[in-house]
Design a protein around this ligand. Sequence first.
Ligand code: HEC
Ligand code: HEC
Length: 330
Amino acid sequence: MGRTSKMLLAICLVLILVMAFIYQAVFKKMPNNAPVSNHDSLWMGKSADLLPQDTSLSSQQIRYGYELIAHTSIYLGPKGKVMQITNGMNCQNCHLQAGTKPWGLNYGSVAANYPKFRARSGTVESTVKRVNDCLERSLNGKTLDSNSVEMKAFVSYIHWVGADVPKGTIANGSGIAPLEFLNRSADPVKGKILYTTHCSKCHGNSGEGSLDSSGLSYFINPPLWGKSSYNHGAGMNQLSKLAGFIKNNMPNGINYQQPFLTNQEAWDLAAYINSQSRPNKDISKDWPNLATKPIDYPYGPYADSFPQSKHQLGPFAPIIDYWKSKRSTK
Ligand code: HEC
Ligand code: HEC
């Protein structure tokens, strides 16, 4: 090989190394186990610093709504200043950062999509009805009158959060990121071991959370099961929702860009948590059209012949396949 070709070869090698380095640096910045492919267009919620500060009625309502969502228990909890109608949890315990965190159950899509038809009730629901659903189920409490100062504040804040989202569209990153189904059933026994290792130090050995010593704001860490937790008619009692929430948000402080748990661990933890006891709710009127019931809804009756245990823990692929073939032969 001549001198020039050796030089050329060396230059090529250096170039390849530089390109590999750049690729690696860019690639490393990308999130691991990413739940969605397009992170560039992720909707980013407004932080509390941007709350309107003027004295108009609508701005006051928005600010009060923020307060109610961030510190629900102080106003509506078991020792609430305004009413005592909820279990001591705060909306923000699940709708993280007052409903603005990407894939942290944020409210980005509410203003743009309600009123909308919801299969659980089989009716068109307003934001008022949806807030009352969470009050009755997630906070195992009582509903608020649509004309109450508190309900108006809840709705004002939630609609302010999603005001920049075009009508009829879904904000990317709102709600819970869908988690790929496992090809085995979720395992509560494995979940229990993971719970003891990663979660019990905050949420307690019996999922009871930890009480705040002042009493008013109730919990420092919210409960995951037992008498003060969400009831069995709540959205979190559906395996895929709980698993998807945990994956991108727990242990508290992590986010979708750096998840701590693998998908399998998130499913197993959700299986353990949702196999524990929690308050009851009359759900006999839910899912009037059984064919629209989610495949991982933990209670029958079902419109297919898979047993309850399969709907609770999976594997879900056979149920998905069954419904696909049924719909395609229609
Ligand atoms: C225990 C957890 C939990 C708590 C506490 C909670 N929610 Fe929810 N909320 C959920 C889940 C789960 C959903 C359903 C998300 C889905 O279907 O993907 C939901 C959905 C909603 C929605 C509809 C969101 C959408 O995009 O359609 C609104 C509005 C809402 N909650 C308001 C509230 C308010 C207000 C409070 C406090 C009074 C509250 N929630 C407390 C878990 C909770
Ligand atoms: C460092 C303490 C800490 C650890 C560890 C932790 N959490 Fe949490 N968790 C919290 C706090 C605090 C919140 C409420 C967040 C807020 O209000 O901003 C929360 C909220 C939750 C919620 C929604 C609210 C509820 O009570 O239903 C679930 C579900 C949850 N955690 C599950 C888990 C699981 C599963 C693990 C283990 C992988 C875990 N957490 C580890 C502190 C923790």
